[in-house]
Design a binder for this molecule. Structure first.
Ligand code: SF4
Length: 388
C-alpha cells in the first residue's frame, strides 16, 4: 500500500491567511494526528537552526506551530541541533521564548553525550547517535528543503543523517567519499608538474595537492560538479571522477538515519519538509542566497522515504531560476532533476532516497493528498475598461 504524504501547496487561490503555509502545516499536523500521538512523550523536534547569518531555514512561525501541537497533546517538546548552530540560534530568531520550548545541542555542548552503534561501513565502524536524540521517545523531523553539495539535495533524510550524529561520525560520513581510490599515482609519472596543472584546470578549486601526502591529490567532492575538465588534463588513468565516491556519502546518510530511527518505536515519528526559499547549498553554509527554484510547499508523512520522494517529484516539475544561481556555479548538465542539473550528473538527488528505501526506512511509492487544493477563481467573462 502506498504511504500517504500530505501536501500543502505554496500557491494561494485567495488572499487569505488560511491558504498560506503555516495554516497548511496545521492541517498536515491534524492529518498526521500529532496531538493524539504524543501524550507524555519526550518529543525531539529535529530542525536545522542554521548558522551565522543564514535566514532561509524554518521560520519560527512554523516551528512554534509544531511545539504548540505537541504541548496540546500533552507531550514534552524540545528542539535539538548540532552545537555550533544551537550556539547563536537566537541571532536567527530561535529561542525558548520564540519557539515555546528549550533548544538543546543534540550531543551536548562538547558533543560528548552519545550512544555508540556498531555497524561497519567503509571508513565508519560505529555511529555515535546524539544522546538527546536517542533519549527522546518521539521524533518530529522538520526539515527545510535546499540543494546540497554532496548529495544534490538536503531535506528530511539529511536533517537526521547529519544532525542526529555526534561530530566525529559527521566527519567520518563526509570522509567516506574518499574511501574508494580516485587518484592513481602509478599512472602519473611527473606529479610535481601534473598535479598543479590538474588543479588549475578546475574552475571550482575542487582539486588540491593532498597536504598530508605531498605528491598526491585531494578532490573536494563538494565543490565538484563533474564537468570533466580535469580529466582532459590528467595523465591517462591517473584520476577517476566516479559515482562510487559521491554515492558513499549518500549511502552513509541512509545508514545513519536507520541507526537513529532504530532508537524510536514504530509509529513514533513524523517527517515534514518545507520546500520554500530553496538555495543551492545547505543551511550549514551560514548565509542565504537567492532562491534557485520556485517555492513548492509543505509535505508531511509518517514515512521519511515517501516524503522525500514526493518532495523531489514536486520539485522535478519546476525549473531552475538560472538568473538566481551564484556566478561561481555553473549548469553544464541539463538532464533530469533540477538539483542534478545544478550539482552534476553524479549527484542525483534521488539516490539517497533509494538507499533509504533499500535500508528499510520506508517506501518510494506514495499517495499525495493535497490538504487544501486550489480553487478556481471566477472572473467576469467580459473584458473591463482599464482605469487608466
Ligand atoms: S570534474 Fe570539473 S568540477 Fe570536478 S574536479 Fe574536475 S574540473 Fe573540477
Amino acid at each position: 500500500m502506498p504511504s500517504k504524504v500530505y501536501f500543502g501547496t505554496a500557491r494561494q487561490s485567495l488572499l487569505e491567511a488560511k491558504e498560506t503555509l503555516p495554516a497548511k502545516l496545521d492541517l498536515i499536523l491534524e492529518q498526521l494526528h500529532l496531538r493524539e500521538r504524543v501524550k507524555d512523550e519526550r518529543v525531539v523536534i529535529k530542525m536545522h537552526t542554521a548558522n551565522n547569518i543564514g535566514y532561509s531555514t524554518l521560520h519560527p512561525v512554523f516551528v512554534r506551530k509544531v511545539v504548540q501541537a505537541v504541548k496540546d497533546g500533552g507531550g514534552k517538546p524540545f528542539v535539538a541541533d548540532v552545537p555550533w548552530d544551537v550556539a547563536g540560534a537566537e541571532m536567527r530568531g530561535y529561542s525558548a521564548e520564540s519557539l515555546g520550548c528549550p533548544i538543546y545541542p543534540a550531543a551536548g555542548p562538547d558533543e560528548k553525550y552519545y550512544y555508540e552503534h556498531q555497524r561497519p561501513y567503509k571508513n565508519i565502524q560505529s555511529w555515535k547517535v546524539a544522546g538527546f536524540i536517542q533519549d527522546a521517545t518521539f521524533m518530529v523531523n522538520f526539515a527545510h528543503v535546499k540543494g546540497h553539495p554532496s548529495n544534490g539535495f538536503g531535506a528530511a533524510i539529511k536533517n537526521l543523517a547529519l544532525g542526529c550524529m555526534a561530530g566525529e561520525t559527521r566527519g567520518r560520513m563526509h570522509d567516506s567519499m574518499h574511501f574508494d581510490q580516485y587518484w592513481f599515482p602509478e599512472n602519473c609519472p611527473d606529479p610535481a608538474t601534473s598535479i598543479p596543472q590538474i588543479a588549475a584546470s578546475c574552475p571550482f578549486q575542487a582539486i588540491v595537492e593532498d597536504k598530508k601526502a605531498p605528491g598526491t591529490m585531494h578532490l573536494h567532492m563538494e565543490q565538484c560538479n563533474q564537468c570533466g575538465r580535469c580529466l582532459k588534463v590528467a595523465p591517462q588513468g591517473s584520476l577517476k571522477i566516479d559515482k562510487v565516491n559521491f554515492e558513499s556519502f549518500m549511502e552513509a546518510c541512509a545508514i545513519s538515519v536507520s541507526e537513529t530511527m532504530s532508537t524510536f518505536q514504530p509509529g513514533k515519528a513524523i517527517h515534514i519538509n518545507l520546500a520554500t526559499q530553496m538555495t543551492p547549498l545547505c543551511d550549514c553554509f551560514g548565509f542565504t542566497g537567492m532562491a534557485i527554484l520556485p517555492d513548492v510547499g509543505i509535505f508531511g508523512s509518517d514515512d521519511i522515504v515517501a516524503v522525500e520522494q514526493a518532495t523531489l517529484d514536486a520539485i522535478a516539475n519546476t525549473k531552475l531560476i538560472e538568473e538566481n544561481i551564484p556566478l561561481a556555479m555553473e549548469v553544464h548538465f541539463r538532464e533530469g532533476h533540477p538539483f542534478r542539473q545544478l550539482h552534476g550528473p553524479l549527484k542525483d538527488p534521488y539516490k539517497t532516497t533509494e538507499y533509504a528505501e533499500k535500508y528499510g526506512l520506508g517506501s518510494r511509492i506514495y499517495e499525495l493528498v493535497d490538504i487544501y487544493p486550489l480553487v478556481k477563481v471566477e472572473r467576469a467573462a467580459l473584458p473591463y475598461t482599464s482605469a487608466n
